[in-house]
Design a protein. Structure first.
Length: 134
């Protein structure tokens, strides 16, 4: 049963990791409410085209969702990254700006409770954001 929790967490962690590659640090925004945390970022795709990516993490027992869209156009529908077999709790995103040629970072933390198996575990990913100095 713990395999289900770890499998879902690994999928979500890979989604964050891929989304945070080549992200523009100056366009990374974290907002927080009593019920969830939102990480919004912009990634260059090609030839001046940029993509908005928005993750929402529940603080109180829900899901992690993702929205994507090309900058200048509406975001697509919110897609759950987790299934109904688990519950996300204590979602947290910590963003640090790049300062004095030091990379900024994004730390994403969340707990997953297996609804059917009772397994609970904390997961964390840290990605460093580098600015292009060329």
């Amino acid at each position: 049963k713990k395999v289900l929790v770890e499998s879902e967490a690994n999928f979500v962690l890979r989604k964050f990791s891929l989304a945070l590659e080549n992200v523009k640090p100056d366009s990374t925004v974290v907002t927080s409410t009593a019920t969830d945390v939102t990480l919004s970022l912009i990634k260059p795709l090609s030839a001046g085209v940029e993509e908005n990516v928005v993750f929402t993490l529940s603080k109180v027992g829900g899901q992690i969702t993702q929205q994507q869209g090309i900058v200048g156009f509406p975001l697509g529908a919110s897609v759950p990254l987790t299934t109904s077999h688990i519950r996300i709790k204590n979602g947290e995103v910590i963003y640090s700006d790049p300062v004095d040629n030091k990379a900024g970072s994004v730390v994403v933390k969340f707990d997953i409770d297996g609804k059917d198996c009772g397994a609970s575990q904390c997961f964390i990913i840290t990605r460093y954001l580098r600015t292009d100095t060329t």
